[in-house]
Design a protein around this ligand. Structure first.
Ligand code: ZN
Ligand code: FE
Ligand code: FE
Ligand code: ZN
Length: 255
């Protein structure tokens, strides 16, 4: 199994120590992960220690450990993000949209704000930003593709129609889409993305990968076997991980 979306620091709940890295890798081993990728939030840049992850990984020769980053995509901050990404040779970078014009729409107390807005408008604006992130050329993976559904408020217009331009851009630019199992533990109670978007991505020939979005060691690898079974049920036969920015392909039957 593969899990490329793991937050060692959580929301700065702990420090980047060898002891914490080990506890994440021990859970990866228990979950029989072949590949684990750390992808902390870019906003904690000053607390991250990529070299310590690589050094500690040497104690776990049975697991492939990758170093990534989850970037909070903001269109007005592209230049700064670009410069920051030049500072370290990441295996991959996840581009995630968490805010629309400064509105952090996925915070737990934002449901009322969602309810007061027009869902189609919000979905359109969200997917416009995902499309821009894909076109930016900075990212290898789009994080939690349809996180805008987090409170289970759905658009009136078919979500496939609204997401289509973003998925076209993802395909054109060679990004992968993760099956992010953490959506099951949010009010919407289902993986990101929903089945209709998995099928559309599949039909467009987009590659898939997996992420638990673990913010603590015990969540590493959570529900990834189920995510793999879900992809297989949609006729998908391989997934990708990344090494030094290049895709590495795995047959789903092997992971
Ligand atoms: Zn987080
Ligand atoms: Fe995220
Ligand atoms: Fe995350
Ligand atoms: Zn995330």
């Amino acid at each position: 199994m593969i899990d490329l979306h793991v937050h060692l620091l959580g929301h700065r709940d702990r420090e980047a120590t060898a002891e914490h890295i080990r506890s994440f890798l021990e859970q990866a081993r228990r979950q029989k992960l072949k590949v684990i990728g750390f992808a902390d939030h870019d906003m904690y840049w000053d607390s991250l220690d990529f070299d310590l992850i690589r050094a500690t990984a040497a104690e776990f020769p049975d697991i492939t450990v990758k170093v990534g980053l989850e970037v909070d995509y903001r269109e007005e901050a592209e230049q700064g993000i670009r410069e920051r990404l030049r500072a370290y040779p990441f295996d991959y970078v996840i581009g995630s949209v968490h805010q629309i014009g400064g509105w952090f729409f996925d915070f737990p107390d934002e449901e009322l704000n969602h309810r007061q807005k027009d869902a189609d408008t919000v979905y359109r604006e969200y997917f416009r930003l995902v499309e821009k992130a894909a076109v930016s050329g900075m990212f290898h993976i789009i994080g939690h593709l349809d996180i805008i559904k987090i409170f289970n408020l759905r658009s009136v217009t078919d979500v496939s129609t609204l997401a289509r331009p973003a998925l076209d851009a993802i395909k054109r630019n060679g990004l992968a889409v993760e099956i992010n199992t953490n959506g099951r533990y949010k009010p919407v109670n289902e993986f990101y993305p929903q089945a209709a978007l998995i099928e559309l991505a599949r039909d467009l020939g987009i590659d898939f990968t997996f992420g638990s979005d673990a913010h603590e060691a015990k969540v590493v690898g959570r529900d990834i076997p189920e995510a793999a079974a879900l992809l297989k049920s949609h006729g998908i036969q391989e997934v990708v991980a990344f090494s030094a920015g290049a895709k590495v392909r795995f047959a789903l039957d092997d992971v």
